[in-house]
Design a protein around this ligand. Sequence first.
Ligand SMILES: NC(=O)C1=CN([C@@H]2O[C@H](COP(=O)(O)OP(=O)(O)OC[C@H]3O[C@@H](n4cnc5c(N)ncnc54)[C@H](OP(=O)(O)O)[C@@H]3O)[C@@H](O)[C@H]2O)C=CC1
Ligand SMILES: N[C@@H](C=O)C(=O)O
Length: 270
Amino acid sequence: MTASAILSKTYKGKWALVTGASAGIGVALAEDLAAAGANLVLTARRVDRLEALAQRLQEQHGIQTRVIPADLADPAAPQQLYEATEGQGLEIDLLINNAGFGYLGEFLRSDLAFQRTMVDVNCAAVVDLTHRYLPGMVKRRRGDILILASTAAYQPVAYMATYAATKVFDRYFAEALAEEVGRYGVRVSALCPGPTESEFGQVAGSRKEEKRKYQPAAEVARLGLEGLVQGKTWVIPYSGGRIQVFAQRFVPRRIITKAAEKMFRPDTVK
Ligand SMILES: NC(=O)C1=CN([C@@H]2O[C@H](COP(=O)(O)OP(=O)(O)OC[C@H]3O[C@@H](n4cnc5c(N)ncnc54)[C@H](OP(=O)(O)O)[C@@H]3O)[C@@H](O)[C@H]2O)C=CC1
Ligand SMILES: N[C@@H](C=O)C(=O)O
């Protein structure tokens, strides 16, 4: 994929912080930003992957990188990330809250710690990081925040109950914040992908409807980043998702919820 002109114009020489940069959509976001000439702070737990990515992107694009390993389930992690960046004088112009994971299966039979950690990583860490980096952006009258939501944020999803709820939180948080802080020169956008090529399914437990078409992560990243720069407060990066979300407006939510239950019901549930 060639570099995006609008991304180069916006981010060349600026610093972006990408959470969840060790896999999937996070890697694609980092690659697209590096191609546009942005310098990158890469964070996740798997430091070997982050270091390999940083090395590759430095060599390919001549950008600067910092690798900061962090477990975002740890409430101390956002403050540590902040201190290692803005605290050291490294101004973050683009914060990408991408790290997250899901669970597919019956809530009843799930592990409580896994469910609880999902809320911590998908929601609490997003609020915490955003709250820490926002004042600097407002002071500079410049900054962008991208938050990974999902098309799962547009209806309740049985067997992904907690995950879909975390994503509606992310989506509403991003859209509301966009209205609050636009006046200070800060753009916020919710990126709402549908099924995307990544390690999501391995972590969540394999998806029943494996026949669904999976969108390349690079395409999702490009559309999300360009949408943010264009001032879109939410982006659904594939046409099927946009049509589905539009059509759902005309159907009672109870019917949609029941249809989702059928679609995601595991074979073990009769
Ligand atoms: N793929 C899809 O179909 C869709 C994904 N999304 C969203 O996109 C985002 C990225 O997911 P995707 O790329 O698909 O999934 P992947 O599993 O491929 O990547 C998830 C990333 O999140 C990081 N992460 C997970 N837990 C933690 C943690 N405790 N601390 C720090 N980092 C963590 C992982 O890093 P590590 O394990 O190294 O810590 C990894 O880099 C998520 O927010 C997801 O909800 C939204 C819609 C669709
Ligand atoms: N929207 C995706 C997850 O967030 C999916 O369809 O699996």
